[in-house]
Ligand binder design. Structure first.
Ligand SMILES: NC(=O)c1ccc[n+]([C@@H]2O[C@H](COP(=O)([O-])OP(=O)(O)OC[C@H]3O[C@@H](n4cnc5c(N)ncnc54)[C@H](OP(=O)(O)O)[C@@H]3O)[C@@H](O)[C@H]2O)c1
Length: 201
């Protein structure tokens, strides 16, 4: 049976690259996008590269959107094999935010997408993952969220200060650990990953 993958924030960036890779491994990819036309466009680009792809409207900050996406996947496929919680934001990357290290609104905004979004998506898709013979949840984290790296002067990330993003990814890693324990004994495995762009040069 064809494996089904749902990837949030897959209309561009690393999510799109993951969709491309999984598609070429024979997985049917549901391209999560909060903007319907961007999702359609990304799915079309993937199909033109030989990937079995379909767009899936999903804004991880909207519970209604997440629930509707899960219902649609349930109706059309009845199960999910791979869920990649990839959608993420880094508001501290913009120059105007660099001087606001303790801006509460920015912390809330970052956590809303990077942490609560992943929790919401996982909650709604978990019943569908249970219907897979070997469900996989992949939380897209980052090494810069590693507490060990942040306090290791030898780490290349030691000098990096973007606390909202770093804390959100550390929290996401906490979710991974808790879920992997809670789902022990089921066929579902949960992991955090740090995705990187690979040059083919
Ligand atoms: N780039 C890196 O070097 C790097 C390294 C380690 C980890 N990561 C992590 O990898 C993931 C992807 O990063 P990226 O560099 O590919 O980022 P990106 O190019 O900025 O793409 C982010 C994706 O997330 C989507 N998104 C944001 N908020 C969303 C929401 N509320 N609902 C649904 N989708 C939403 C964006 O949609 P729109 O197009 O509509 O904005 C976009 O598709 C993130 O979790 C990031 O933290 C990145």
């Amino acid at each position: 049976m064809t494996k089904i993958a749902v990837i949030t924030g897959a209309n561009r960036g690393l999510g799109f690259a993951a969709a491309h890779r999984l598609g070429h491994a024979g997985v049917k990819v549901l391209v999560g996008a909060r903007n319907g036309s961007k999702g359609e466009d990304a799915a079309e680009r993937l199909r033109s590269k030989g990937v079995d792809a379909e767009s899936l409207n999903i804004d991880v900050n909207s519970v209604v959107s997440v629930q509707e996406a899960a219902m649609r996947v349930d109706r059309n496929y009845g199960h999910v094999d791979i869920l990649i919680n990839n959608a993420g934001i880094l508001p501290e990357a913009t120059a105007s935010n660099i001087d606001r290290p303790l801006d509460l609104r920015m912390f809330r905004e970052t956590f809303e997408t990077n942490v609560f979004g992943a929790i919401s998506v996982t909650k709604e898709f978990l019943p569908l993952l249970h219907k897979s013979a070997s469900g996989r949840i992949v939380n897209v984290s980052t090494t810069v969220g590693s507490l060990a790296d942040q306090v290791d002067p030898e780490s290349p990330y030691y000098g990096l200060i973007c606390p909202a993003y770093q804390m959100s990814k550390a929290a996401l890693n906490g979710l991974t650990i808790a879920l992997s324990k809670a789902l022990k004994g089921t066929s579902i495995k949960v992991n955090s990953v740090c995705l990187v762009y690979l040059s083919h040069a």
